[in-house]
Design a protein around this ligand. Structure first.
Ligand code: ASP
Length: 343
């Protein structure tokens, strides 16, 4: 009798915790028909520092982005399409540090990074340091689907974009006055307070990241993740953050979860944050909530890495932890759609 009970327990554990097992009909029943989460960056975002107009503008933009992704998923579209189109909207919105509205480099340019990963094939595409591609997330997808590579940077990435018919714009398209002022502030602070040349020096930081990201689960049980950013204000030397790095800022695999990160990229690269979420869920049997909470609120905090992430697991459960004051974020699944900013 004892042996039979043990066998049943072991079998159940296997079915529910082994990330690579095919989906059972019971698991299918537990899965939401679709699920979507977005972020628009984490950082020093407090009620006190926000005006009602600004709050309304961010809330409306995040809600519109969610509606775009949700409509695709509701109509049977793929997680990958939902992620791409949602991010395109956020890239075109000047409120966020991605596409139009991207932060400025030390030299006063906008250098954009993006990545995307398809959880059903584990194919991925990424671009770094592009300056004239209107929607870097589209280029990341083109790299994934139309090139034999995962990551292209700089001039080569621009050439690939033009060969593949992606929309190119004058570099001025990305300009916003607010981000330009942030750069001037950072340059002033740098002159006064720091002679170290260390970009991680807190005196140089724009205390508000603004990267955008999206994760989605579609009706076929496929997951996808994407992230797009202008990086960090006053970055130099063709610095790349975590956003274009698969495993750091973005990761997706159908057997467990899809993840998109925002925050101080150097830390997310060092601790391979997006992949670490997948690994903890897959190898330890932790829930998405447990895994993401451990990484963001314990591991990153101990190391000094500020930021957050959004993640969706293969059942459509969403986790959105962050260790900064706020994170622009939202989620949608059947019966519920919600946007949040503060803690
Ligand atoms: N993670 C981005 C980077 O380091 C910045 C951000 O999330 O706002 O480039």
């Amino acid at each position: 009798m004892k042996i039979r009970i043990l066998a049943v327990v072991l079998l159940t554990r296997l079915l529910f915790s082994c990330g690579t097992s095919p989906e059972t009909s019971q698991e299918k029943q537990l899965r939401r028909p679709y699920s979507l989460a977005i972020h628009g960056g984490a950082g020093t975002i407090t009620r006190a520092g926000m005006t009602p107009d600004r709050e309304a503008a961010y809330t409306a933009a995040l809600d519109s982005a969610l509606i775009i992704g949700e409509n695709i998923l509701k109509n049977g579209g793929s997680a990958l399409d939902a992620v791409e189109q949602t991010i395109v909207y956020l890239e075109n919105c000047p409120l966020f540090n991605a596409g139009k509205g991207a932060v400025f480099t030390h030299e006063g340019r906008n250098e954009l990074d993006a990545s995307v990963m398809d959880g059903s094939t584990q194919k991925a595409g990424a671009v770094g340091g592009v300056t004239t591609v209107k929607n870097p997330i589209k280029l990341a997808r083109a790299v994934m689907e139309k090139s034999p590579h995962v990551m292209l940077t700089g001039r080569g990435a621009e050439q690939f974009a033009s060969e593949n018919g992606l929309e190119l714009v004058d570099a001025k398209w990305f300009y916003t006055e607010e981000r330009w002022k942030s750069l001037q502030k950072a340059l002033e602070a740098e002159k006064k307070e720091s002679k170290t040349g260390d970009i991680t020096d807190p005196s140089r930081r724009d205390y508000k990241f603004g990267t955008v990201g999206c994760v989605a689960l579609d009706k076929n049980g496929h997951l996808a993740a994407g992230t797009s950013t202008g990086g960090m204000t006053n970055k130099r030397w063709n610095r790349l953050g975590d956003a274009p790095i698969i495993g750091a800022g973005t990761y997706a695999a159908d057997d467990a979860c899809a993840v998109s990160c925002t925050g101080h990229g150097e830390y997310f690269i060092r601790y391979a944050v997006a992949h670490d979420v997948w690994a903890r869920v897959t190898y330890t049997g932790e829930t998405l909530e447990q895994a993401t909470d451990y990484i963001v609120n314990k591991k990153l905090v101990e190391k000094g890495g500020e930021g957050g992430l959004i993640a969706v697991d293969r059942y459509g459960k969403v986790a959105m932890p962050f260790n900064s004051e706020g994170m622009y974020r939202g989620y949608a699944f059947p019966g519920e759609r919600k946007v949040m900013i503060y803690r």
